[in-house]
Design a protein around this ligand. Sequence first.
Ligand code: SF4
Length: 270
Amino acid sequence: MSFDYDKYIRPGKLPHIWCPGCGHGIVMKGLIRAIDTLGLQKNNTAIVSGIGCASRLPGYMDFCTLHTAHGRAAAFATGVKMAKPEMNVILVGGDGDGTAIGGNHFIHACRRNIDMTYIIMNNNIYGMTGGQFSPCTPTGAKASTTVYGNPDPAFDVAKLAIGAGATFVARGTAYHATQIDKLIAEAIQHKGFSVVEILDDCPTTYGRRNKFKSVIEMMNRLKDVAVPVKAAEKMTAEQLEGKILTGVLYKEERPNYTDEYAKVIERAKK
Ligand code: SF4
C-alpha cells in the first residue's frame, strides 16, 4: 500500500513552486514520513521557516506553521518553544537562510541547546533570489555573484553545529531519500537542539552555472560523495579524501535550555 502523503498536506496548497528536479520535495516527503512514524499531532507540532525556496516548505504542510523573516526561523521558533514547551518545534530552511543571514540565530540556538530540530537543506546556493553564492558554495564554484569562481572557503554545516553546541547532528542527502526520514525522526526524538543537514540540489541556479548536464548528474554527485559513518571507519584517509560523511555524526546528552528555563521560572516564583 502506498504512503498517504496527502493527509499531511494543507488542502489546496499543491502544486508546489519548486522547479523540476529540485531536491526540496524529497526532503518534505522525508519529514512527513518521520512525523508519521513518530505519530506527531498536527495541533502540537510547529514547523517554522525563514525565507527562500526551502523555506516555502511549511506552507504546504497541514500543521501549525510560521513562514517568517529571512534568517529568523531560529528566533521565531525559540519564541514558540519557550511559550509552548510542550510543542514539537521543527525548523526548515536553506543554507543561505540558515548559515549567512540567520547564522547568528543558528549558532545561539545550538549553544543554548533548545529542544528543537533544524533541517537545513544545503544546495550550496541562494536559489530563490537568483543564484548568489552562500557560505556553503564550494570554493571555485560559480554563482551569479562569483561568475569567475567562488574564492571563499565553504562552511561545513555539521561541524559548525557541533562546534556551536548542538547535541545531535546528522547529515543525509536528497539522493538517499529513504534514509532522510530515519535521521529526522531520530533528531526529533532527541532532547536538545538537533540539526539535520540534507545535501540537496538546485539544478536551476547551481547546476546550470556549474555545467551539470542533468538532474541525474547532480544527484549522482551526492551519491558519489557520501560515505556512511560506519563505512568510513574501515576506510583510509586517502579513500576518504573528498568524501562527505553521512548518518548520525554527533550525539550527546546535555541539559536543554527549555527545561533549564522552566527551573528558573520555578525559582523566580518562590
Ligand atoms: Fe529548487 Fe533551485 Fe528551483 Fe529554488 S531555484 S526551487 S532551490 S531548483
